[in-house]
Design a protein around this ligand. Structure first.
Ligand code: ATP
Length: 239
């Protein structure tokens, strides 16, 4: 395995007195596509937000490229290549698709490279290119998800955190989104994917972690977890 890009050590995250994440260990090697699955309320979104820096941690260590980043504000983490596509996508509904995409590059000064990256995003997301001047709020859910991913790519992420990209989308659209995620991974971007759709997530991921009530209870390769009877019973709807 190459050097870890992300390490969580005994990480704890609390909302006031309530501990939502109760000491988890998680590691991502550079270039991996890893998913974090688990039931509603397990603490997956909380974990992603703490990694991105939009939530403070209550204990433990958070390392990015070997450096402690717990005290680094979210915008500085973004500048170092750590980007989050939040649950619900977080796109600016009144702005056009192009304006949304360019927002992803707001902290960059390398204008020429931004234009080149825009072209790369268009190649990966041709549907987005067709709709550049459309107001983002009028896009379909799948198109909005693609814009949210495209916007994150414009920040030149090294580690992309994706929170429930399939949420609320029809199965065919979900397949498309997963194809996009695979092509982003193929470009060398490390991805941590939070998903309710455990089947697809495990199929597409090299490794995965299962989270239950604030703890990591299982980890392994996507294939091993897909075959695990406990995972099949709890998350793949089998009895
Ligand atoms: P889901 O798939 O439903 O989003 P999740 O695994 O992402 O689930 P989280 O959203 O991280 O779970 O929630 C973990 C726990 O923290 C839950 O018990 C939830 O009620 C609680 N929680 C989340 N956000 C807050 C908040 N802002 N204030 C208080 N408690 C919260």
């Amino acid at each position: 395995m190459s050097a870890p890009i992300l390490q969580l050590r005994d990480l704890r995250i609390a909302y006031g007195a309530i501990e939502a994440v109760k000491g988890i260990d998680l590691e991502l090697a550079t270039g991996e596509l890893v998913s974090l699955i688990g039931a509603n309320g397990a603490g997956k979104t909380t974990t992603l937000n703490a990694i991105a820096g939009t939530l403070p941690i209550a204990g433990g260590e958070l390392l990015y490229n070997g450096q402690r980043i717990e005290k680094l504000p979210a915008h500085k983490r973004l500048r170092q290549g750590l980007a989050l596509v939040p649950e619900g996508r977080g796109i600016f509904t009144r702005l056009t698709v192009e304006e949304n995409l360019r927002m992803g590059a707001y902290c960059r000064r390398d204008d020429d490279a931004v234009e080149a990256d825009l072209e790369r995003v268009f190649t990966m997301l041709p549907r987005v290119k067709e709709r550049l001047q459309q107001v983002a709020g009028t896009l379909s859910g799948g198109e909005q998800q693609m814009v949210a991913i495209g916007r994150a790519l414009l920040s030149r992420p090294k580690l992309l955190l994706l929170d429930e990209p399939s949420m609320g989308l029809a199965p065919l659209v979900v397949e498309k989104i997963f194809e996009v995620i695979s092509s982003v991974a193929a470009e060398g971007v490390t991805i941590l994917l939070v998903e309710q759709n455990a089947n697809l997530a495990l199929e597409f991921s090299q490794r995965a972690y299962v989270m239950e009530s604030g703890h990591i209870t299982l980890t392994g390769s996507g294939d091993a977890l897909l075959a695990d009877p406990k995972v099949r019973a709890a998350y793949l709807g089998e009895v």
